[in-house]
Design a protein around this ligand. Structure first.
Ligand code: PLP
Length: 396
């Protein structure tokens, strides 16, 4: 065990000096198990990935079946691969018109890159607008549109001609103009510490984009596939973007991303110049088969709709504790605000000791995350809350 820890630190590239360092022996449902048998409740879901629970039987069977048929055969977009076609159709069937054309990639950041390029190609404009405290990924383009200068500064120069507005600020929308190629927004900001839109904000944003001819891009990489209490937050708010970015839960636990648009806009990648976005592994058939099985599981078990009452139950069972300042929530994505980073760091230690895996948010280190697999039961929610109150909040 000690040797493995040392090997992990020496040979697996690290991005922080304080990784969680919990060895995973296996994972099932809402739980992780360490080699010594210690059980952890997963309150992160790999950051909104494991919506259908760990080791989901339908997903595992789909992975095995597709791996036996074929895995990678050719770079993306050349061959007709049935799992891609079936999954693209299923996604398009859930989305409002004209979102019908799905371009599969590998990750959230790659989906964002593809979406930004598509918007520039379509509008022939260059300015990209995004929002403060947004997170869209860690590649150069995605970093250019994220918040938090402390994370970004060392990597400049990044993309030129970007502009950041205040999320939920109607006044700032006037800065979107005829120069703007696109506006990229998380309909519910995740890494800012869970901030849903104020009433009318997404509608006003849509209106402004349409008025000046800028494309509206929704990043539903974290909110997609039921997390917000609807299959997609865009359905919850009734606002249709021109391009939609998906990843995380899209692959049912396998790596997969996508950007979705109308056939007309997507056609821009085909010509003048052709090959507008190239990806080798994007839309890997095993990942698409896994994603489709996960999507079917979400639908069959009504997990998207049930995310709302389960999230509400978490909120109700925790919000009156004196250590909790506020709970911000969208469906089954919650930020439990403790008011200071010192209290949060103490809470993180207590959570871990009590067998709960949580974390804080990239741009909010005063709140901890509750985003368990959507398969969590009401009984499990009640048990978690009783334990979190007694073993964590009472001791702060
Ligand atoms: N967009 C949002 C809203 C995210 O939360 C994330 C990842 O946390 C990303 C994009 C980037 O996704 P990936 O890590 O797959 O590149």
């Amino acid at each position: 065990m000690e040797i493995l820890r040392r090997q992990f630190l020496s040979h697996v590239g690290q991005t922080s000096d304080s990784p969680l360092m919990i060895e995973v022996a296996r994972a099932e449902g809402i739980y992780f198990y360490a080699p010594d048998g210690k059980r952890y409740v997963d309150l992160i879901s790999g950051v909104s990935v494991s919506n259908v629970g760990h080791g989901n039987r339908e997903v595992v069977e789909a992975v095995c079946a597709q791996a036996r048929e074929y895995m990678h055969v050719m770079v993306y977009g050349e061959m007709i691969e049935r799992p891609q076609v079936k999954y693209a159709m299923a996604i398009a069937g859930l989305l409002p018109e004209p979102l019908e054309s799905v371009y599969f990639v590998n990750s959230g950041a790659e989906a964002v890159e593809g979406a930004l390029k598509l918007a520039k190609r379509h509008t022939r404009r260059t300015e990209i607008v995004s929002f403060r405290n947004a997170y869209h990924g860690s590649t150069h383009g995605a970093m250019s549109v994220m918040g938090g200068e402390e994370f970004v500064g060392a990597y400049r120069p990044l993309l030129p001609d970007t502009r950041k507005l205040r999320y939920n600020c109607f006044e700032d929308l006037a800065q979107i103009t005829e120069r703007t190629a696109c506006v990229l927004v998380e309909p519910v900001q995740g890494e800012s510490g869970v901030n849903p839109p104020v009433p009318g904000f997404l509608e006003a944003l849509r209106e402004r984009c349409s008025a000046v001819g800028a494309l509206l891009i929704f990043d539903e990489i974290q909110t997609g596939f039921g997390r917000s209490g609807e299959m997609f937050a865009l359905l919850k708010y009734g606002v249709t973007p021109d391009i939609l970015c998906l990843a995380k839960a899209l692959g049912g636990g396998m790596p997969l991303g996508a950007f979705v648009s109308s056939g007309e806009i997507m056609a821009g990648l085909q010509s003048d110049p052709p090959l507008g976005h190239i990806t080798t592994f994007g839309g890997h058939p095993v990942c698409c088969a896994a994603g489709l099985a996960a999507l079917e599981y979400i639908r069959e078990h009504d997990l998207a709709r049930l995310a709302e009452p389960k999230g509400r139950l978490f909120e109700e069972l925790l919000k009156d504790h004196p250590a909790v300042r506020e709970i911000r929530r969208s469906g089954l994505l919650l930020a439990v605000e403790l008011g200071s980073s010192e209290r949060l760091f103490r809470a993180m230690g207590l959570l871990r000791e009590a067998g709960y895996l949580s974390d804080w948010f990239l741009f909010c280190d005063t709140a901890f995350r509750i985003s368990p697999p959507l398969t969590i039961t009401e009984e499990q929610v009640r048990a978690c809350c009783a334990e979190i109150r007694a073993e964590v909040l009472d001791k702060l």
